[in-house]
Design a protein around this ligand. Structure first.
Ligand SMILES: [Cu+2]
Length: 292
């Protein structure tokens, strides 16, 4: 009885297999559906196109526009690749040993506690990985630390809760306050726009000297790969060289009090001619400049 039933089931399955229609997998509509799902999948991946200011649900870096940030960006990719290989290798190995050596299939497990070759391998490989990471890491640290010969110097002074900028070579000083939400013009970014932007010429080594008049702030622009603490009574230094004209937004990146979120940094990188025009307009303003 059981045997007949099994045969019947087998026969039924065979007939089902024979009548199954595989032609749908090569039909145009099926291909379209596959393309549709692949499209959705790639759309959900971290966006490759990057911005110069943070956007809602942004999951990746802003577009690097300085040599330092370009190096940081490629270093990030190197680390991501190495981490990916490690996670995949360990994950696959774990799944394999969990299935292959499970208690039901491996009732008498090996009692081996030491294996010299294995121990040498699993010590050497991580050391090699760390050496591979260390070389570019030290290179970038050195690059960020040593300011090349500066063509322009800017002093950024943090105050609760706005920035004061000085251009010592041009005898210029002004405050940069955030534009409040009720005074934003169309197209201006909420919590990011300021009344006085910092102007810099492109392809110029700019040294930023930063300090503070009250508590610790931090002058940071993500697209430049720059973040330097502004400490009262101390001068900290960083540098950047913007390769692309544009407006780049950053924020104070050290918790500095109740309005910490309301002292953005806005740097506008322009051509050398436009920069000279801006300097001239600042020196001969229609109205007197507000002092810090
Ligand atoms: Cu601050």
């Amino acid at each position: 009885m059981t045997l007949r039933c099994r045969r019947k089931r087998i026969n039924m399955n065979k007939s089902q297999v024979k009548t199954r229609d595989y032609s749908k997998f090569s039909s145009p509509s099926f291909r379209l559906r596959v393309l549709y799902f692949l499209g959705i999948f790639f759309l959900l991946l971290p966006p490759v196109a990057r911005a110069d200011y943070p956007r809602p649900w942004q999951m990746y870096y802003q577009e690097p526009v300085t040599p330092v940030m370009e190096h940081l960006y490629s270093f990030h990719h190197l680390l991501l690749g190495i981490e990916g290989v490690i996670v995949l290798t360990v994950g696959v190995l774990l799944i394999y040993v969990t299935i292959r050596f499970r208690a039901s299939k491996n009732s008498s497990p090996s009692k081996t506690a030491h294996n010299t070759l294995l121990e040498i391998i699993w010590t050497t490989i991580p050391v090699l990985v760390l050496v591979i990471i260390a070389f570019p890491s030290f290179k970038i640290l050195y690059m960020m630390d040593v300011t090349p010969k500066a063509d322009l110097i800017i002093k950024a002074i943090g105050n609760q809760w706005y920035w004061t900028y000085e251009y010592p070579d041009h005898n210029l000083r002004f405050d940069s306050n955030m534009v409040p939400e009720n005074k934003l013009k169309p197209g201006q970014l909420r919590l990011f726009e300021v009344d006085n932007r910092v102007f810099v010429p492109v392809n110029t080594n700019v040294r930023v000297i930063t300090t503070s008049s009250d508590v610790v702030h931090s002058w940071a622009v993500p697209a430049f790969g720059v973040k330097r603490d502004s400490v009262p009574g101390r001068l900290n230094e960083t540098w950047f060289n913007v390769k692309k004209e544009g407006v780049y937004y950053g924020q104070c990146s050290e918790l500095c009090g109740v309005k910490h979120a309301f002292m953005p940094v806005v740097v506008e990188a322009v051509s050398k001619d436009k920069f000279d025009q801006w300097i001239a307009s600042k020196k001969n303003p229609p109205q007197a400049q507000t002092g810090g």
